[in-house]
Ligand binder design. Structure first.
Ligand SMILES: Cc1ncc(COP(=O)(O)O)c(C=O)c1O
Length: 395
């Protein structure tokens, strides 16, 4: 069966399947840094592109390539580039589009290190970023100048769970000749495929739902443009050196096989958590796009298959109450990261999002006391029982 005839769930297991000489079911892990040549003639043929072969794992490796091609099939792209981490993917893609003097327009709420890179690191290299509220298209249009080269966004956003209309953003970008880069980590390709809306590049922290087991750090970028992928792979990933380990590629391939099943359960657990929280007297606000009261609910319905596995919320009262809540949880783990089998809880402003100035948080859609839950795969009754007992302790 050809890849193009397969449904998503089948692609997650079989896309770009390689036929191994030993007929192994799973891809071997090519845990090698280099590949040998029989003689100098073969080396010369390889370096002069007369012969296609692997040379050095930073430039290409069969296990990593399989992961890249499988991700490309799932996102509906031509090809992908794997990176050592999600941040390596994000910084490489941004650097591939924005040079000194150029400007990036980013959504106001982003993962903390992405925000930190744009706000603090890139200005040293002459690349400035304007943070706008992309849920308001007028604000995005007004921010464009002749130097604007990239729109950079997450949807849903981390941790405010804001939803940005991909169709609208792409329309504005294509009129102005601007590239659109979307971090699809929170949705995964099972729930949302931004390339179908005309987005130029999708990036992921593969560490999260792609892995699903909290045991590998990795990143990936996918595009429909094969020439761009070649440039990103050989001009940026390979030169800057943020290469993925073949072992991690193998772990991520293993994770991908169950992505559809896991995403269904993450999403249904998150829905149950959100509905429990919204009715609880101690809860001030729940940020979850599956709630009809969420301002992005209709857009999320349009562009996502389900609303994802993350719920953020504020308790009534001060930060001390939020701290006490997370410290009273027993089953749920206090940890950064998300998308794992275990339900993980954190206070972003104190942990992953410390780069946001306290007085600016409200502008970026969350508060110092905002709590983020990554719904795991445990039985929902057990997750909710733990949340309930922790809330009883702080009331
Ligand atoms: C939305 C999002 N993008 C990117 C990253 C960075 O990924 P990594 O930790 O794999 O570098 C994270 C990490 O939490 C994230 O949540």
């Amino acid at each position: 069966m050809e890849d193009r005839d397969m449904k998503f769930d089948t692609l997650a297991i079989h896309a770009a399947e390689q036929h191994d000489q030993n007929q192994s079911l799973n891809s071997p892990i090519y845990m090698t840094s280099t590949f040998t040549f029989t003689d100098l003639q073969q080396a010369d043929d390889t370096f002069s592109f007369k012969r296609r072969a692997y040379v050095y794992t930073r430039g290409g490796n069969p296990t990593i390539n399989l992961f890249e091609q499988r991700m490309a099939a799932l996102e509906g792209g031509a090809d992908g580039v794997a990176f050592a981490s999600g941040m390596a993917a994000i910084t490489s893609v941004i650097m591939s589009f924005a040079k000194s003097g150029d400007e990036i327009i980013a959504h106001r709420n982003l993962y903390g290190s992405a925000f930190g890179t744009l706000k603090h690191l890139l200005p040293d290299y002459g690349v400035r970023t304007k943070f706008v509220n992309m849920t308001v298209p007028e604000e995005l249009k007004e921010a464009i100048t002749e130097n604007s080269k990239v729109f950079y966004l997450e949807t849903p956003t981390n941790p405010s769970m804001e939803i940005i209309d991909l169709e609208t953003v792409v329309k504005i970008a294509s009129k102005a000749g601007i590239k659109v880069v979307v971090d699809n980590t929170f949705a995964s390709p099972y729930l949302q495929r931004p390339l179908e809306y005309g987005v130029d590049v999708v990036v992921h922290s593969a560490t999260k739902y792609i892995s699903g087991h909290g045991d590998a750090v990795g990143g990936v970028a996918v595009s429909k443009d094969q020439d761009y992928i070649n440039k990103l792979k050989f001009g940026y990933m390979c030169e800057l050196g943020g290469v993925m380990s073949p072992f991690n590629a193998w772990l991520l391939l293993r994770g991908l096989k169950t992505l559809p099943l896991r995403m269904e359960r993450h999403a249904s657990n998150a829905r149950k958590i959100a509905h429990f929280l919204v009715k609880h007297p101690l809860v001030e606000r729940v940020m979850y796009p599956g709630l009809e009261s969420h301002p992005g609910h209709e857009i999320a319905r349009k562009q996502m298959k389900d609303f994802g596995g993350i719920v953020s919320f504020d308790l009534k009262g001060n930060l001390e109450r939020a701290k006490s809540f997370v410290e009273n949880l027993k089953l749920l783990k206090l940890a950064v990261s998300l998308g794992d089998a275990e339900t993980l809880v954190e206070i972003p402003a104190l942990m992953t999002h410390r780069d946001y100035l306290e007085e600016e948080l409200i502008k970026f859609g969350f508060l110092k006391k905002t709590i983020r839950i990554s719904a795991g795969l445990e039985h929902p009754d057990d997750i909710i029982a733990d949340i309930k007992q922790a809330l009883e302790k702080v009331s």
